[in-house]
Design a protein around this ligand. Sequence first.
Ligand SMILES: *[C@@H]1O[C@H](CO)[C@@H](O)[C@H](O)[C@H]1NC(C)=O
Ligand SMILES: *[C@@H]1O[C@H](CO)[C@@H](O)[C@H](O)[C@H]1NC(C)=O
Length: 206
Amino acid sequence: MKTGHFSKFPIVLALLLTLRSAVKQIVAVDGMSGTWELLLNSTGVVAMHVALTHLNTVVLYDQTSSGRSAYHLPRGLPCPSVSTDADDRKESGCWAHSMEYDVATNTIRPLSIRTDTWCSSGSFLSDGTLEQTGGYNQGARRIRYFRPCADRNCDWNESSSTFLAEGRWYATNQVLPDGERVIIVGGLNVFSYEFIPKSRDDEGRL
Ligand SMILES: *[C@@H]1O[C@H](CO)[C@@H](O)[C@H](O)[C@H]1NC(C)=O
Ligand SMILES: *[C@@H]1O[C@H](CO)[C@@H](O)[C@H](O)[C@H]1NC(C)=O
């Protein structure tokens, strides 16, 4: 038994080596061989969501109730709102839960996201703005925008007057062919869809 097992070993090894050189050849043929390179040790926030913008920057954001991140927000920027919910109270300070990574300069800057984006969803509009909706707790009906800018001065903006018709957790967003409107479908235990912006108040309500 043991001998049989060992006698197979050279065959397996030969197979593996053949496979390895075959893979190497495939990689070489299409010129796509690459390696991972560590550019930064930490982004400072957890990348629950990651989106590449048309200005070659990457926006990362996490749930706001995850406590401290690596960045205390600079003075003057608004703190994420603190609700009465125990989960959200953990975010007692002004900590960034979103950041923008500039691929060209390999630099990062913290952004200020205000309400909980945990399990939120989003879609890019045709002008490159990331429209981001829903989430958890007081973030569940929020509509947020991140409009990338070349001067790196832009930040999230969140509508304080327009809300989703229903709280949406894990919804699905899809930009429509006009590039300006987004259909948002479902969410946990939410069996409806809606459009942002709406053409009538009750548009999309089931
Ligand atoms: C990551 O951290 C290690 C240990 O401090 C350091 O040696 C290395 O240079 C850092 N790498 C980058 C890309 O910053
Ligand atoms: C937020 O961004 C949206 C989309 O770019 C824009 O229409 C709106 O005017 C912005 N609001 C604020 C307060 O900047």
